[in-house]
Design a binder for this molecule. Structure first.
Ligand code: ATP
Length: 368
């Protein structure tokens, strides 16, 4: 399932050079973006980056200052919100407190004037999909937060929208329930085949649920790709740093073919990296290396990159341990290891002198 890699595939949603200004403040800055049918697409970024504004334009609650938005090939500008094949599920769920779960789910269908049997069948289908059959006669205050979340989802899906927009849908749930619910959301999305666009500031959530993720900053798209590509091949320091943990070492590039020597500190040997990009001589660059790609050892290993340092801190997290290692240059490098070989790992302690090492393909060399 990778319609974004197929040049013949037509997008369900297409933002074309969309800008949104509030007064002289630019909330969305010249964004072009295609989202495909059946995708679970995540808009991810820090507070205020414009995720919700982008979504509200899709729903029709905001209009672009410049540019166009197409849904299934049609310009949606003239189409009012209630006529778009789009539904939006709000973080507050906005359930009717005086109606039962069943009536909450049926509400939109009744308003559309569907006949009784069709409504009955559709509501029962939605109750089954969201595992709410047992709770159908209860009112919202008589069910848990997770169940309320599922009622809101069932209600949003009842009218079979082409597109469902979810604004921080799991924000009100506690951490454990949130994780379970993420898998449930993916399951429901796959079963219905509805295109989901989710807004979240939680990178783990985006990575868990989404087919693709758009990382945003200050109204701009920084990178749009699959979760694994975003993690393994970030194309900027911003994205590398926003997604997961990373070491960033700034330096100057000396390139020969796809091999680059990164000159990064006085009196230190250059760091070796591979790249497909072209750097001019002495161009400023940043080497991004994930902590789990940095090995820690007592003896100097055979590796293209080896650095000596002293352990400042050890964070034991059960399955993994993270070491903060200070180099003579003052840089602090994070190394992370899985705690599968327990005895070996216990041999390091605070203040130990250790070797850090990584291969020349472990890091990503960035030019911005
Ligand atoms: P959060 O995660 O905090 O919800 P967000 O990424 O969804 O943030 P938006 O709600 O899209 O951010 O807002 C983007 C920017 O646009 C913010 O700086 C916000 O203050 C501004 N903004 C949003 N709506 C309006 C408005 N109606 N008038 C003026 N400024 C607005």
């Amino acid at each position: 399932f990778a319609p974004w890699d197929d040049p013949n595939e037509k997008p369900l949603i297409s933002f074309q050079r969309v800008t949104k200004r509030f007064g002289d403040f630019t909330a969305i800055d010249d964004i072009s973006l295609d989202i495909f049918s059946r995708e679970f697409f995540a808009l991810l970024g820090p507070s205020g980056c414009g995720k919700t504004t982008l979504m509200r334009m899709l729903a029709g609650f905001e209009t672009p200052t410049e540019g166009k938005i197409f849904l299934a090939g049609q310009d949606i500008a003239p189409v009012p919100p209630n006529k778009r094949a789009v539904n939006m599920m709000f973080q507050s769920y906005a359930l009717f407190p005086h109606l039962t779960v069943w009536d909450n789910i049926a509400f939109g269908l009744k308003r559309e004037g569907k006949d009784k049997d069709a409504i009955e069948a559709r509501v029962n289908e939605m109750l089954k999909l969201t595992r709410l059959e047992k709770f159908k006669s209860r009112k919202p205050h008589q069910i848990s937060g997770g169940q309320r979340q599922r009622v809101a989802l069932a209600r949003s899906l009842a009218k079979a929208p082409k597109l469902l927009l979810l604004d921080e849908p799991l924000g009100a749930l506690d951490a454990k329930l949130r994780q379970d619910t993420q898998f449930e959301l993916v399951d429901i999305q796959e079963k219905t085949g509805t295109t989901f666009v989710i807004v979240t500031h939680d990178q783990e959530e985006a990575m868990t649920v989404a087919s693709r993720v758009a990382v945003m900053d200050e109204g701009k798209l920084m990178q749009v790709s699959t979760p694994d590509r975003i993690y393994e091949s970030p194309d900027s320091v911003y994205v590398a740093d926003f997604i997961g943990d990373v070491n960033i070492i700034e330096g100057r590039a000396h390139q020969t073919g796809d091999n680059v020597q990164v000159i990064w500190a006085e009196g230190q040997p250059p760091l070796m990296a591979k790249t497909q990009k072209d750097f001019s001589l002495d161009q400023q660059c940043w080497l991004a290396i994930r902590p789990e790609k940095v090995a820690i050892s007592a003896e100097r290993p055979q590796a293209p990159n080896t650095l000596r340092g002293r352990i400042l801190d050890i964070a034991y997290l059960g399955n993994i341990s993270t070491y903060h290692v200070e180099l003579p240059t003052g840089h602090v490098i994070k190394a992370q290891e899985a705690n599968t070989r327990r005895i070996a790992r216990r041999s390091f302690t605070w203040e130990d002198e250790v070797w850090l090492s990584w291969t020349d393909t472990a890091g990503v060399l960035l030019d911005r």
